[in-house]
Design a protein around this ligand. Structure first.
Ligand code: PEP
Ligand code: MN
Length: 338
């Protein structure tokens, strides 16, 4: 059971509610958010317990949730969550969020070039990794702090908010001081310490699906972030491992309607990592929008053949601009816009 305290609840009322839950035999998980304190009752609550709690002073509502994920579930919150980024972008409403940029920040000139061209083509946010999770320790690992500084300059020049990955719990504060959205990569989806740490930060989090994660595991990972008080989570489907080897991953577009059914959180799709080849990116981008995704994450590089990572799946700025034009009518057909 989730007990939502009213935004005006006093500290004393919160304590009384905690004591009441404990006296009924429940463990209590307390999550202090921006406006509300939320109490999670751990145990097997019944309808009678819910009614008791809803009558207590300072309690706004109490909800029984049957799913293992609670705060992220549609049972807990019926309306779609809309996540605000950088003060002017809203993810989860009619307008689709398109996050474009290179896999990694490589140098200032090329990032600024991509940022300006992506903005012109209609992108709403800029991506680029400063800390890269690479399969080989000998591959390019990212420019780290210098990469973050370059991202900040590209934001200043283009006006696009920036999304960048945070690799471990030790660099959350540093990355959060530059980024508008913190990306948790597929390889870190179940790094529970990192999830808890970004759950305590006042920045939206883009949570990628782990490459072998079920949808339930993915939602449980999001639950870690919300349970620490940060409710601004955007889910990102980026393909899962299957027996198929022709594509880098198998982009699981069925995740879009399923997640929308199970959760109120927005979900976007990354067809670049999902397919591993720029040729398949336009078709899968259109399919993602048709399936109801709230946005896309696309790798765009000015010279993909020379990219330090993921060149094979990167669109040139020209191809990206063409795709944006083609996406317009697909978006319109499902009641969305770009
Ligand atoms: C990325 O977005 O560059 C990335 C590393 O993605 P993923 O975590 O989905 O592999
Ligand atoms: Mn990449």
């Amino acid at each position: 059971m989730i007990v939502v305290m009213s935004s005006q609840a006093t500290a004393e009322q919160i304590e009384q509610a905690v004591e009441r839950l404990e006296s009924m035999g429940f463990g209590v998980h307390r999550s202090t958010g921006e406006n509300h304190t939320i109490l999670g009752a751990i145990g097997k609550p019944r309808e009678e317990d819910r009614t008791v709690m809803e009558m207590m002073p300072g309690v706004e509502r109490a909800v029984l949730v049957s799913q293992p994920f609670k705060l992220v579930s549609r049972e807990f919150k019926k309306e779609n969550s809309v996540i605000e980024v950088g003060g002017h972008i809203r993810i989860g409403e009619d307008k689709l969020a398109v996050i474009a940029g290179p896999c990694a920040v490589e140098d200032e000139e090329s990032l600024i070039q991509v940022a300006i061209e992506a903005k012109k083509a209609g992108a709403s946010m800029l991506r680029g990794g400063a800390f890269k999770p690479r399969t080989s320790p000998y591959s390019f690992q990212g420019l780290e702090k210098e990469g973050l500084e370059i991202l900040a300059r590209a934001r200043e020049i283009s006006g696009l908010p920036v999304v960048t990955e945070v690799l471990d719990q030790y660099s959350v504060e540093l990355v959060a001081s530059y980024a508008d959205v913190l990306q948790i990569g597929a390889r870190n989806m179940q790094n529970f310490r990192l999830l808890r740490e970004v759950g305590r930060v006042d920045k939206p989090v883009l949570l990628k699906r782990g490459m072998s994660a079920t949808m339930e595991e993915w939602l449980m990972a999001a639950e870690y972030i919300l349970s620490e008080g940060n409710h601004r989570v955007i889910l990102c489907e980026r393909g899962i491992r299957t027996f198929e080897t022709y594509t880098r991953n198998t982009l699981d577009l069925s995740a879009v309607p399923v997640i929308k059914h199970l959760s109120h959180l927005p979900v976007i799709v990354d067809p670049s990592h999902g397919t591993g080849n720029w040729r398949w990116v336009p078709a899968m981008s259109k399919a993602a929008v048709a399936a109801g995704a709230d946005g896309l994450m696309l790798e765009v590089h000015p010279a993909p053949q020379q990219a330090l990572s993921d060149g094979a799946q990167s669109l040139t700025p020209d191809k990206f601009a063409r795709l944006m034009t083609e996406l317009g009518s697909v978006a319109e057909s499902v009641g969305r816009g770009l």
